[in-house]
Every structure is written in C-alpha cells, then in structure tokens.
Design a binder for this molecule. Structure first.
Ligand SMILES: [Zn+2]
Ligand SMILES: [Zn+2]
Length: 67
C-alpha cells in the first residue's frame, strides 16, 4: 500500500478515500482502521464492532434489544 495521493496538501487513503491532514494520521488509519472491517458481531442483532470491548459493552447494556 504505497500509493498515497496528495490533494491540496491533504493525504488521501488509497483504499477508501478518507482524507487526512497529516501523513502520520493516514499511516495510522491504514494500519489500524482501513481494511479492518468490524468483525465482532453481536449474536442478537448483528451489529458489528471494531473492538471486542465495544461488543461486550453493547451486550452488557442490552442496547440491541428492542423491547
Ligand atoms: Zn482507508
Ligand atoms: Zn446487539
């Protein structure tokens, strides 16, 4: 993933097009966000979370229950 387009002094993600002011921020995005689909899915409602603790908190609150 080396192709980084720069528009108006901004750095655009070559994968998703998200734009960052700092190259460092784009690097972080590529490393920890982009391409990492939220994979922790709630067994009740199917909502997906990037981090396991988000899912655990969601389950603890039963936020997915509509009743
Ligand atoms: Zn991206
Ligand atoms: Zn849920």
């Amino acid at each position: 993933m080396e192709a980084v387009t720069q528009k108006n002094g901004l750095f655009a993600c070559p994968r998703c097009g998200k734009v960052y002011q700092l190259y460092h921020s784009l690097q972080r995005h590529l490393r920890v966000e982009c391409g990492h689909e939220p994979r922790h899915a709630c067994p009740n409602c199917g909502r997906r979370f990037k981090h396991r603790f988000n899912l655990l908190a969601h389950l603890r609150n039963w936020a997915c229950r509509k009743e």
